[in-house]
Design a protein around this ligand. Structure first.
Ligand code: NDP
Length: 377
């Protein structure tokens, strides 16, 4: 009846009624058309949203991976995650609703597994990368041959979008093999799939980073260049946000983005900020490059865990370089955050418990000189 309907539409009851939730869903639903003309229905609805898109994220088990998977899965996209190690992928399962996050076992040399991972997707992100060569994969195997296999699969199944995460300073003539192979990977991707979106992040900081965590780790800092390399650190969450925007904006296809933070630092300046935040003075031991390279070569033959590689020493002597033609955060409408603003958030765990912040004592407590921290019963 009319009265019942009026009652249903009263502000106090509107949010809970089934009728209004249907209306709400209709208001928020949207049909997008992909670059190749496929209609995608999206419906906003919190954790049970329908994102419409299917996205494959290679390298999702790394540091950056979670910041894009989490965005895609919570907006209701189906996220396919090719993985190598069972334990490395577990935290990604809960980023989306049941069935949204799909895991597929993959090997970078197994073309069939790569094709299986991409064939149902509308967009493929490739975040695969390694800072050092491993016993089974050289840098070229990962950054060039691996990229080639993935992009060939993307082209074969005519996937709408391919977003390739490379690195800052990636140039074909770089003295560092890491940057060189990253540049070769970019070139191969563009040759096979010209609409490739290339993303070159600056050194990233965040909760699981290898920048501030390395500097805060309770051991001496061993370097070869007195921490003089200069770069523009970027927040991993900002890079994740940029990667998500690329899905919804097809004008980003065939473009190159260099994503860097608002301020330039030297590694020594970041180290100073870290020391201040963790309230400890770390010792910097500098071993000259000509000694460091042979030492690392020997250590890497004897030890089986990562102890640093000659590649990383080489990179210490290179400042971040920019491509004047590349786009940046500004073109995506994102304001990158400042490293300085987040050091406390990310480093407070490294502080000694002697500096644990207690609530200030009241005047009464001061008079009675209460010293205990916990009161039970
Ligand atoms: P991580 O090292 O944390 O993660 C790398 C990912 O690549 C992991 O998922 C890893 O899988 C996968 N991977 C590496 N080698 C292979 C291989 N041989 N076969 C299959 N998978 C492989 O990297 P980040 O998340 O920090 O960075 C993401 C991308 O951004 C990388 O390409 C990196 O080079 C680039 N980048 C990162 C910067 C940074 O500061 N972190 C700066 C500039 C660029 P698994 O978990 O199985 O090992």
């Amino acid at each position: 009846s009319g009265a019942a309907l009026t009652a249903q539409l009263r502000p106090s009851t509107r949010t809970s009624s089934p009728l209004s939730s249907i209306c709400q869903r209709n208001i928020n639903s949207d049909v997008r058309i992909t670059r190749t003309g496929k209609p995608i229905l999206t419906v906003a609805g919190g954790r049970s949203s329908l994102g419409g898109y299917t996205a494959t994220v290679f390298g999702a088990t790394g540091f950056l991976g979670r910041y894009i998977v989490n965005r895609l899965a919570r907006s209701g996209c189906t996220v396919v995650i090719p993985f190598r190690d069972d334990m490395a992928k577990r935290h990604l399962k809960v980023t989306g609703d049941l069935g949204r996050v799909v895991f597929l076992e993959m090997d970078l040399r197994n073309t069939a597994s790569i094709e299986e991972s991409v064939r149902h997707s509308d967009i493929v992100y490739n975040l695969i990368g390694r800072d050092y060569p491993t016993k089974n994969f050289s840098l070229s195997d990962v950054h060039v041959e691996g990229t080639e296999r993935i992009v060939e699969a993307v082209a074969k199944y005519d996937i709408d979008r391919y977003v390739h995460v490379s690195s800052h300073s990636a140039t074909l003539d770089s003295p560092s093999e890491f940057y060189r192979t990253k540049a070769q990977g970019e070139k191969i991707a563009r040759d096979i799939y010209p609409e490739t979106t290339i993303v070159r992040p600056a050194p990233m900081f965040g909760f699981e980073d290898r920048l501030m965590n390395k500097l805060a780790y309770p051991s001496n800092i061993i370097t070869s260049n007195w921490m003089q390399e200069r770069f523009w650190p970027v927040h991993a969450i900002d890079v994740g946000m940029a990667l998500e925007k690329m899905l919804h904006d097809d004008t980003t296809a065939a473009q190159t983005y260099e994503l860097y933070g608002p301020t330039e630092y030297s590694m020594a300046e970041i180290n100073e900020l870290v020391d201040k935040e963790i309230m400890k003075q770390k010792r910097n031991i500098n071993i000259p490059k000509r000694l460091m390279l042979p030492i690392l070569n020997i250590l890497n033959k004897v030890l089986w865990w990562p102890v640093g590689s000659p590649q990383e020493v080489e990179r210490e002597f290179l400042d971040q370089v920019f491509d004047p033609h590349a786009k940046s955060f500004k073109d995506l409408g994102i304001e990158p955050v400042e490293l300085k603003a987040l050091t406390y958030e990310y480093l407070k765990g490294y502080r000694s418990e002697a500096y644990y912040d207690l609530p200030p004592m009241t005047e009464k407590e001061k008079r009675e000189e209460k010293k205990y921290l916990h009161v039970i019963d």
